[in-house]
Design a binder for this molecule. Structure first.
Ligand SMILES: CC(=O)N[C@H]1[C@@H](OP(=O)(O)OP(=O)(O)OC[C@H]2O[C@@H](n3ccc(=O)[nH]c3=O)[C@H](O)[C@@H]2O)O[C@H](CO)[C@@H](O)[C@@H]1O
Ligand SMILES: C=C(OP(=O)(O)O)C(=O)O
Length: 418
């Protein structure tokens, strides 16, 4: 199994080109099921999760062609309506096939994604919303079996809590439903906005995009379109934190500063000098050690849970003490014991991690059980004496395109070992 070997070096410096966003590309690929003519996506990152999504679409009968960052989907021959466990278990976003299949074909059997490393991650809000739209749903033998006679019906849906996935599933379902659907307390994450914009380009009628109340007037058919996926704000944030931790100076290109305001504000609090343009972000630490910051994750526009692990590392190496509170997932601190094995001074108190900064960490063999935790260990390795060996990097390959090559381009000593 591949590992990443990391040696500490000097400050990161240079330019990194940001890839398309995993968390926007995956739902948009699922939206391909809704398109009655050719659907073309560009700026799609080359990731394991994208390959899995293409496999899933193909196993439904869609024709999918990949050419660099461009993916073309022809869904005119879809004749299977089952998302099997073998695919769903490797990628949670498979649950987002449920709304589109049900809306277009009236039937969908989707394996339950089940609990994963960072928490239970239930799907009750997805199912409840679809039932309000007239779907009959039963959960049997590990599968969600959803059926509707004719079209789904527009409904007024109030979400008990802000859920990115449920908002996306219901948005796609509502786009083809009969009548008006209102989703209250909808997620406002930039990736939800990207999906909504793509649906509009396909002919959907959606208002309130970017707000907590989405109003969707269902249409009878959706066309394909040519859509460019937004830049990955979490990949951007990961490189910015790595640069801050190593006291470096980097420029992120093909980035979207407007989607990262809470993260950029915390980096400024940590002492970074930040400059932005329409599609770039520069960070300069002027050679200084970062200062510890306090973070609390919450739905957008607050601080993203997907940047929590990286900021844990920033605090591990910062001047002073900072607290990190995780409010989205009940088990997203798996990086903490691994960082402590590298010499970090941190303690967990319920949902909060208290971190006392140290000057340097020490390299160790470490292992992460989720994507962003793995990224945080790579960043830690950049400021650890000796060699850090990160195991199980298939998690990283789910969500970071050519991570070692991009770090190398910034002067980071990150090498993949077979
Ligand atoms: C609000 C939020 O930050 N969502 C994050 C979540 O999206 P993802 O879509 O995976 O998760 P949700 O946004 O749905 O989950 C938010 C919260 O709602 C709960 N929940 C969700 C659905 C449901 O049917 N029932 C239920 O109780 C979850 O357990 C969680 O505590 O993980 C992604 C991957 O890390 C992140 O990119 C998203 O930013
Ligand atoms: C945990 C993540 O993704 P997923 O929802 O695909 O597991 C993530 O993007 O940080």
């Amino acid at each position: 199994m591949d590992k990443l070997s990391i040696q500490s070096g000097g400050p990161l410096a240079g330019t990194v080109v940001i890839s398309g966003a995993k968390n926007a590309a995956l739902p948009i690929l699922m939206a391909g099921v809704l398109a009655e003519s050719e659907f073309v996506l560009t700026n799609v990152p080359s990731l394991r999760d994208v390959d899995t999504s293409c496999k899933l679409l193909r196993c439904l009968g869609a024709e999918v062609t990949q050419d660099g960052d461009r993916i073309t989907i022809d869904s005119s021959r879809i004749d299977h309506f089952v998302a099997p466990y073998e695919l769903v278990k490797t990628m949670r976003a498979s649950i987002l096939i449920l709304g589109p299949l049900l809306a277009r074909f009236g039937t969908a059997d989707v394996s339950l994604p089940g609990g994963c490393a960072i928490g239970a991650r239930p799907v009750n809000l997805h199912l409840h919303g679809l039932e309000q739209m007239g779907a009959k749903i039963e959960v049997k033998e590990g599968y969600i079996k959803a059926r509707v006679d004719g079209r789904l019906k527009g409904a007024h849906i109030f979400m008990d809590m802000v859920s990115v996935g449920a908002t996306e599933n219901l948005l796609m379902a509502a786009a083809l439903a009969d009548g008006v659907t209102v989703i209250e307390n909808a997620a406002r994450e930039p990736e939800v906005i990207d999906l909504a914009n793509c649906l509009v380009a396909m002919g959907a009628q959606i208002s309130g995009i970017g707000t907590a109340t989405l109003k969707i007037t269902g249409v009878e058919r959706l066309n394909g379109c040519d859509y460019r996926v937004m830049p990955d704000r979490i990949e951007t944030g990961t490189f910015l934190v790595a640069a801050a931790v190593t006291r470096g100076r980097i420029r992120c290109e093909n980035a979207d500063p407007s989607s990262l305001e809470s993260v950029l504000a915390k980096l400024e609090d940590a002492g970074a000098d930040i400059n932005t343009g329409d599609d770039w972000i520069e960070l300069d630490m002027h050679g200084k050690r970062p200062k510890a910051v306090n973070i609390k994750t919450a739905p957008y526009p607050a601080f993203p849970t997907d940047m929590q692990a990286q900021f844990c590392v920033l605090n591990c190496l910062a001047e002073g003490t900072g607290t990190i509170t995780e409010t989205i997932f009940e088990n997203r601190f798996m990086h903490v014991p691994e960082l402590m094995r590298m010499g970090a001074n941190m303690e967990l108190e319920g949902h909060t991690c208290i971190v006392h900064g140290v000057e340097r960490l020490s390299g160790a063999q470490v292992m992460a059980t989720d994507l962003r935790a793995s990224a945080s260990l790579v960043i830690a390795g950049l400021m650890a004496d000796g060699t850090t060996l990160v195991d199980r990097i298939y998690h990283l390959d789910r969500g970071y395109e050519h991570i070692e090559t991009k770090f190398e381009g910034l002067g980071g000593k990150v090498v993949r070992v077979k």
